[in-house]
Design a protein around this ligand. Structure first.
Ligand SMILES: *Cc1c(COP(=O)(O)O)cnc(C)c1O
Length: 426
């Protein structure tokens, strides 16, 4: 994220709390990843990590393809003008309506997660008189350590067990309208070690070849998942894209040479957005309690659930900074607890972080917050609603989502006269 942002100007124009995404950074980061990785590897952006249309527009304009998991995400990418050939739809509980929308939209592939779903895709495609390409999501028999959330080697609602696919025989290739044309494997998220990704990928390519051999399906596409991580906390290091490329590219090169017509797909959400976003809040009150200082801000964990703590019992702080004024490096910093407006002690964005003397009106930002922000947070808790979202691009700012108002929230609720009448009989 650029250091040269006019935070006070943004806060004055759009109010706070607001998520701010740096579109220039999004493009540079995607370009750098694609330049490092093997040219035959196509990067599909996982909208789950940040489904904002403005963010997607920027990534799409820079060449990202789309991996979606709901009807709304599918509509976002279609309305953004994405070539259906560059869309895959994935998720364990797809509705008939979603499958129909995929077929009607002519998307490249549905990533299928069960045999029952495969039957439904086959029927739906038949009704539309088309063949729908399908990639089979594999639940691998074992997984490789090193990811924060390991998939594989465990009973899962995701995908079809590797052993079942290996023994499925010619039935897989025999569907008339579900065109089984490859496999997908997703082995985890928040992976920071290049070596783990390389070993995962080797494992995935091997699974794909073995399933193709055992069942006779062709490999028109292999989706190697993703899970590229970013560091959030002290002691975490950046994923080394150069080191990743050095070992991953020869592997992909060998596979591409053996399968020159196979599309190689990588999914990525967090890596493409996390470091490009800041959650901007304004301090409302400062106070002391039993010797600790608190800054109570207008934003909180209802917009930033990850700040509550992810994957750990000990609270680890996201990087937090004072953004409204330049601070003298000699200025004293001290421990601050940054809290939000919710009536729960969990609404602590950061605990004991080193910040300069804070005053009401100061702007503070939670950095590295572009992924799994408001869309992955309980935005309706205490009926506050969604924050505003802004994209910066080429020196200008764009409002890409308006802040929910109390009217927006009330409009969704319904009242009935019977519910307002006291007593137990009609
Ligand atoms: C969540 C998810 C992603 C995106 O993961 P990131 O860690 O954000 O890159 C990709 N593929 C699948 C199948 C997922 O469930």
């Amino acid at each position: 994220m650029s250091e040269e942002v006019d935070w006070s100007g943004i806060a004055a124009q759009y109010g706070t709390p607001t998520y701010v995404y740096d579109g220039d950074w999004l493009v540079e980061n995607l370009d750098a990843l694609r330049a490092a990785l093997h040219p035959s590897l196509e990067v599909f952006y996982s909208l789950k990590s940040n489904p904002n249309r403005g963010v997607y527009d920027v990534l799409h304009s820079a060449g990202a393809r789309a991996e979606v998991s709901s009807l709304a995400e599918l509509r976002i990418v279609l309305e953004a003008g994405t070539d259906p050939y560059d869309i895959v739809f994935l998720g364990p509980g797809k509705s008939e309506q979603e499958i129909t929308a995929c077929v009607a939209g002519g998307i490249y592939a549905i990533v299928c997660e069960s045999f029952a779903e495969l039957d439904l895709i086959d029927r739906t495609a038949a009704e539309h008189g088309v063949r729908q390409r399908v990639l089979l999501r594999v639940n691998p028999a074992f997984s490789i350590a090193g990811s924060r959330l390991t998939m594989g080697g465990k009973p899962r609602q995701f995908g079809i067990d590797e052993a079942e696919l290996l023994t499925a025989g010619p039935a897989l290739a025999a569907y008339r309208h579900a065109d089984v044309a490859g496999v997908q494997v997703y082995l985890g998220t928040r992976i920071l070690d290049a070596d783990v990704i390389v070993r995962n990928t080797a494992h995935i390519l091997d699974i794909a070849e073995r399933i193709a051999r055992a069942t006779g399906i062709r490999l028109e596409a292999v989706d190697i998942g993703g899970g590229l991580g970013v560091p959030y906390f002290d002691g975490e290091h950046e994923l080394d894209a150069a080191a990743l490329a050095k070992d991953l590219n020869p592997l992909l090169d060998a596979f591409a040479a053996a399968h020159p017509d196979t599309r190689l797909i990588m999914e990525s959400g967090r890596y493409l957005t996390a470091l490009g976003g800041t959650y901007l809040m304004r301090v409302r009150y400062t106070k002391e309690s039993m010797g600790e200082r608190f800054a109570v801000a207008d934003g909180g964990t209802h917009h930033h659930m990850a700040a509550v703590g992810i994957g750990s019992f000990v609270k680890r702080n996201f990087p937090v900074g004072l953004l409204s004024r330049r601070t003298d490096p000699a200025e004293a910093v001290g421990p601050w607890n940054v809290a939000g407006p919710l009536c729960t002690p969990n609404d602590t964005i950061a605990k004991g972080v080193a910040l300069p003397e804070l005053q009401p009106g100061d702007l503070i930002g939670v950095l590295r917050s572009g992924a799994y922000g408001p869309s992955a947070s309980p935005v309706y808790f205490l009926s506050h609603g969604y924050p505003a979202e802004v994209v910066l691009r080429r020196g200008r700012s764009y409002l890409v989502r308006t802040r929910d108002t109390a009217d927006d929230i009330l409009a969704k609720q319904a009242t009935h006269p019977e519910l307002r009448r006291n007593g137990n009989t009609d």
